[in-house]
Design a protein. Structure first.
Length: 270
């Protein structure tokens, strides 16, 4: 099953609007690829009209993180065990949003996605809970959300998984975007982002992340190209003994393979 993500330039996501009687004006409206589903061996997959997988849910374990890259996106748990507010940019199947909502019952979880069809399909086919006092799923452009000063210094963790149907790299990857994500984090906040390791967009994203954040580390590539980068707002030196102890606690509590995350982070320090 292909897991690679792609994207196209933002301009391709829009089409011209109606022509006025006296003046021709282009009204920019979002144009989305069709949201499609497939199922295989007990797993339901989300697609945007192509074979590329945008997310997955095991039908018998709807709150489990089925895809390995999604598990790696939770690597910030090695450093934070009691987050107060978590931000998800790009909903996918809602897997990360659901996991955070269930795993951290004291935390607020905010998810942002521009496509209303994705939000609807998550609620109807991927068991995304309805909004309540802790969960807030918002139909909005992720860039508009993070540049809003009201959202700055609010989040312990920000998870970025912003791809569209053609999967050439993240839809948002500018210095302005990552700087805004940086501002959304609290002083000791952590960002995880799903990148596409064997595409030219990877080097660009890593360069920008290292320009903006204090420390940027990468976990080993999984699937057919996914690389999760972990960016820390402050500069950081890994304390491996503490991280391995924390990883074991995570494994016992969630069954996530957290030791492999520490192994991967340790490799980047050599």
């Amino acid at each position: 099953m292909l897991i690679k993500r792609k994207s196209i330039e933002a301009e391709s996501n829009y089409r011209s609007g109606p022509v006025a009687a006296k003046k021709v004006e282009k009204v920019r409206k979002p144009k989305f690829a069709p949201v499609t589903l497939s199922e295989y061996d007990g797993v339901r997959y989300l697609h945007f009209g192509t074979e590329w997988v945008q997310g997955a849910m095991r039908l018998r374990k709807p709150d489990w993180l089925e895809l390995e890259y999604a598990q790696q996106m939770m690597a910030w748990m090695l450093f934070k065990d009691q987050p107060q507010h978590i931000l998800q940019l790009g909903l996918g199947t809602g897997a990360l949003t659901k996991f955070c909502y269930r795993q951290f019952p004291e935390a607020h979880v905010t998810a942002v996605d521009l496509n209303p069809a994705v939000i609807m399909i998550c609620e109807s086919m991927f068991k995304l809970p309805v909004n309540d006092e802790r969960l807030n799923v918002i139909e909005m452009d992720a860039m508009d959300y993070v540049v809003n000063h009201d959202h700055h210094n609010q989040f312990d963790a920000v998870q970025v998984d912003l791809y569209d149907a053609t999967a050439r790299g993240p839809v948002l990857d500018s210095t302005e975007f990552y700087q805004a994500c940086f501002e959304c984090l609290k002083e000791d906040g952590i960002l995880t982002v799903n990148l596409f390791g064997d595409h030219p967009s990877f080097a660009k994203n890593i360069k920008v992340l290292r320009y903006v954040f204090g420390t940027v580390l990468c976990l080993p590539e999984v699937h057919d190209g996914n690389v999760v980068a972990v960016a820390f707002k402050p500069r950081l030196k890994l304390e491996l003994d503490k991280l391995y102890a924390r990883a074991e606690a995570i494994r016992l509590n969630t069954k996530l393979p957290a030791k492999s995350w520490v192994d991967g982070l340790a490799l980047t320090q050599k």
